[in-house]
Design a protein. Structure first.
Length: 687
C-alpha cells in the first residue's frame, strides 16, 4: 500500500487530477456553508498533505512549479485589476492615505516582531505583512453604487502604494537575509530595483500598446503577449536579486492601461483565478504544520496581537486621513474596513518569507488565522457602513442621464436597432421586440445576416451560407411589413460573426443591438470566447440579449433587479421603462438587502431607486420593492414567478480571487429563470 501511495505521489497526472477535483468541488461546498472558498482550499491542502492522506507532496517538481505559477498569476492579476483611471483622478490623496496605511502598520508590526524576539530583519518583514491590503471589498462598494465616493476611490488607489511598498520591503528583507549584505549592496539593490521598475512600468507599457495595436483582433497573440510579459518581468526581478512576485505585480501594472477593459484581460483573469491561483492556496495548506497550528490556537496570544495590531493601525491611518481631508465619520469607517482584508499580497509575501527561512511556522499560522478573520470581518463591516455614502454632485442618481441616450433621434439619422438573425426558431421573437422599440422611437430595424466563408475556400459552401442568410433576411422583411416598421436588411460576409455584428452596427450607427441567447458557459466558452461575450466586449452601443418565451407585446409585467445605483444600472432601468412604455406594461424595481433593514436605510434605498428612473418616460406604472435575503439570486428567482420578463445587467468586472466570490449571478439566473429574460450589456468604453 505504501509503495502504491509513493507511486501515486510521483505520478504527475494523478496529482493534477486531484488538484482539479479539489478546485472544482471544495470552494462550492464551503460557499454553501457560508464559509470562504479560499478557506476550503487551505483545508483541502492540509487533508491531502503530510498531515493527512499524503496524496500530494508540496516538494514535488510539479507542485512547486504549479504553486509558483499560481503565485505569479495572483500578483499579475492583482496589478491588472487596479483601476488606473480612478487612481489618476485623485492620486495625491491616494498617495497620502496609501503612505499612512502602509507606514503605520509597518511600524506597528515591526514593534510586535521585536516584542516576540524576532531579529530586526524578520520583524520588518512581519510589519510589511500588515502594511498591504486586498481589493476583496470592491464588489460590495460597487454593488452599493458608492465607488465614485472620494473616500472609496482614495482607498482603492492606495492599494497601489501599499502593495508596491510591501513588495519592496520583502525584496530588501530577502536580500538582507541571504547573508553578507552590506550598505553598498543594499544601495546597489535599491538602484537596480529603481531602474528595473522604470523599465518594466514604462517599457512594458509602450511595448504592450504597440503589440496590441498591431495584433488587431487576434486575441490569441494578445493572450500570449501578456503571459510573456509576466514571465519576462519575473525573470528580470530574479536577475537583479528581487523576488519574482515583485516583477509579476509590476508587469500587471505596466500592461494595465494597454490591455484596458478588454476580453483578453477577462481570459487572463479567468485562467489565473480558476486554475493556477487556487493551486497556490492548496499548496499553502500542504506546507501548514498542523500540530504547530493547533498549538498556536491553544496559545493564541501571538495571533491575537497580530490581528489587533493590524485592525488598530489601519484604523489609525484612516482616522488621520479623515482629519487631513475632513472626511465624514462614515467615510472614515469605510476606508478603515476596506483596508482590513489581508489576502493576496500578504499570503504571497508570507510564503516567500517562510521559504527563505525569515518567518517561522508560528508566523505562517498566525497569518492564516489573520487572513480568515480579516477576510470575514472587512466585508461584513463595509456592507454596513458604506450604505448611503455621499456621491459627487455629477454622479447622483437623480442626475443620471442614459448614455448613449436613444430618446430623441437626431435629424440626420433615425433610432436604429440591429437584429442579427441566425436561428429561424427565435427570429420572429427578436424582430418583434426590435420592432416594438423602434416604433416607439419612430426609428428603423436592421435585420443582419452574417455569412461565414469556409476555411477551405469552398465556393459551394459559401454559396449555401449566402442562400441561408438571404432566406433569413426575407423572413425578417416579411415580419417587418407585418409589424409595420421600417426595415433595411443587411447581408455581410465575415470570417467572425461577432466581429461582423460589431462592425455592421457601427457602420449603421446603431443605438441598440438585439440578439438571441446562446451557450455562454463551459470551459471552452470561457477560454475561447463566444459570440455574445465578444459582441459585449466590442460593440459601440448597448446590447440586449433576449430569451423570449412569449411575444414582446405580451411581456406586461417586467421585473428589474437592482444590483447597485450606478449609471450602467440606470441605463438598464431606462431600457425597461422604454420597453414597458412601448407595450403598455409595468415594471417593478427590486432591490435585495442582505441584513436587517432600519427605517433610515429603507428610506435611502427607495430614494435611490426612484432616482434611477428617467423623467422622460411616464413613471405611473413603476413600482419599487425591497427584498430581505442573504442570497440575491434566490430572492430574484422567487420574485420572478409573478412576472413575464426579467431584465438583467451583464457585469464586466471579474473578481481577482474566484474562491472568495459567488458564481456569476447573471449566468446562474438565466439557467434557472422560468420566464423570459433580457440581459443588457454595456457599450465598449471609449478611450
Amino acid at each position: 500500500m505504501e509503495k502504491f501511495l509513493v507511486f501515486l505521489q510521483e505520478e504527475p497526472s494523478f496529482s493534477f487530477a486531484i488538484l482539479l477535483l479539489v478546485i472544482l468541488v471544495i470552494p462550492i461546498l464551503f460557499e454553501k456553508l457560508k464559509l470562504p472558498g479560499l478557506l476550503g482550499l487551505l483545508v483541502a491542502g492540509v487533508c491531502l498533505g503530510e498531515n493527512g492522506l499524503k496524496l500530494l507532496d508540496s516538494e514535488s517538481q510539479m507542485m512547486v512549479f504549479l504553486s509558483d505559477l499560481g503565485l505569479l498569476c495572483l500578483m499579475f492579476v492583482a496589478g491588472l485589476e487596479i483601476d488606473m483611471d480612478q487612481f489618476h483622478k485623485i492620486k495625491q490623496r491616494s498617495g497620502v492615505f496609501g503612505s499612512l496605511t502602509f507606514s503605520i502598520p509597518l511600524i506597528t508590526g515591526t514593534i510586535v516582531g521585536r516584542l516576540f524576539e524576532f531579529d530586526w530583519n524578520s520583524s520588518l518583514l512581519i510589519g510589511s505583512l500588515l502594511a498591504s491590503h486586498s481589493l476583496m471589498t470592491y464588489p460590495i462598494v460597487r454593488r452599493l453604487g458608492v465607488v465614485s465616493n472620494e473616500a472609496v476611490t482614495v482607498t482603492l488607489g492606495g492599494t497601489i502604494f501599499t502593495d508596491i511598498g510591501a513588495l519592496i520591503v520583502l525584496a530588501i528583507c530577502i536580500g538582507v537575509g541571504s547573508g553578507n549584505f552590506t550598505i553598498i549592496k543594499l544601495l546597489s539593490l535599491l538602484g537596480f530595483l529603481t531602474i528595473y521598475t522604470l523599465i518594466v512600468l514604462f517599457g512594458f507599457d509602450w511595448a504592450g500598446r504597440e503589440f496590441l495595436r498591431r495584433s488587431g483582433a487576434d486575441e490569441g497573440n494578445k493572450f500570449l503577449f501578456l503571459l510573456l510579459a509576466l514571465f519576462l518581468a519575473a525573470m528580470g526581478a530574479e536577475a537583479i536579486g528581487v523576488e519574482k512576485i515583485v516583477g509579476a505585480f509590476l508587469a500587471g501594472l505596466a500592461v494595465n492601461d494597454a490591455v484596458g477593459d478588454s476580453s483578453v484581460k477577462e481570459k487572463v483573469i479567468f485562467v489565473g483565478s480558476v486554475l493556477f491561483t487556487p493551486i497556490f492556496f492548496v499548496d499553502i495548506g500542504l506546507i501548514l504544520d498542523v500540530p504547530a497550528f493547533l498549538q498556536s490556537l491553544s496559545s493564541i496570544g501571538f495571533s491575537l496581537i497580530i490581528i489587533g495590531s493590524l485592525i488598530g493601525s489601519k484604523f489609525a491611518a484612516a482616522y488621520l486621513t479623515k482629519l487631513i481631508y475632513r472626511y465624514q465619520q462614515q467615510e472614515m469607517l469605510t476606508m478603515w474596513s476596506m483596508s482590513i482584508p489581508q489576502v493576496a499580497t500578504t499570503l504571497a509575501a508570507t510564503l516567500v518569507g517562510h521559504r527563505a527561512g525569515l518567518l517561522t511556522d508560528e508566523v505562517l499560522n498566525a497569518v492564516v488565522v489573520m487572513m480568515v478573520v480579516t477576510a470575514t470581518l472587512g466585508p461584513l463591516i463595509v456592507s454596513r457602513v458604506a450604505v448611503g455614502l455621499p456621491l459627487p454632485e455629477t454622479d447622483r442618481p437623480d442626475d443620471l442621464v442614459p448614455v448613449p441616450s436613444p430618446e430623441i433621434p437626431t435629424r440626420d439619422r433615425a433610432f436604429t436597432v440591429v437584429v442579427p438573425v441566425y436561428n429561424p426558431h427565435t427570429e420572429r421573437a427578436l424582430i418583434e421586440m426590435a420592432a416594438l422599440l423602434a416604433r416607439r422611437q419612430q426609428g428603423r430595424i436592421v435585420p443582419l445576416a452574417i455569412a461565414v466563408p469556409p476555411a477551405s475556400a469552398d465556393s459551394h459552401q459559401l454559396e449555401n451560407a449566402l442562400q441561408r442568410s438571404e432566406t433569413l433576411l426575407e423572413t425578417a422583411m416579411s415580419l417587418s411589413r407585418e409589424l409595420d416598421v421600417r426595415a433595411e436588411p443587411l447581408l455581410r460576409i465575415d470570417d467572425r460573426v461577432a466581429q461582423g455584428i460589431s462592425r455592421a452596427s457601427q457602420e449603421r450607427r446603431a443605438n441598440l443591438i438585439v440578439m438571441g441567447w446562446g451557450n455562454r458557459t463551459g470551459l471552452r466558452a470561457k477560454l475561447f470566447g463566444n459570440t455574445i461575450d465578444s459582441v459585449f466586449w466590442t460593440a459601440h452601443c448597448p446590447v440586449a440579449v433576449a430569451r423570449l418565451l412569449a411575444p414582446a407585446a405580451r411581456l406586461q409585467r417586467i421585473l428589474v433587479p437592482i444590483e447597485n445605483f450606478s449609471p450602467p444600472v440606470a441605463r438598464k432601468v431606462y431600457f425597461a421603462q422604454m420597453l414597458a412604455d412601448a407595450n403598455g406594461g409595468e415594471i417593478v424595481l427590486f432591490y435585495v438587502w442582505n441584513g436587517r433593514l432600519a427605517a433610515d436605510r429603507k428610506t435611502w434605498i427607495k430614494a435611490q431607486l426612484h432616482g434611477l428612473l428617467s423623467p422622460s418616460i411616464p413613471a405611473s406604472k413603476v413600482k419599487t420593492r425591497i427584498g430581505l435575503n442573504d442570497d440575491m439570486a434566490a430572492a430574484i428567482l422567487e420574485k420572478s414567478k409573478q412576472f413575464d420578463l426579467v431584465v438583467l445587467y451583464e457585469e464586466r468586472h471579474l473578481a481577482t480571487d474566484r474562491s472568495l466570490t459567488p458564481s456569476n449571478l447573471t449566468d446562474r439566473l438565466v439557467r434557472q429563470l422560468t420566464c423570459s429574460v433580457i440581459v443588457l450589456g454595456e457599450p465598449k468604453p471609449i478611450g
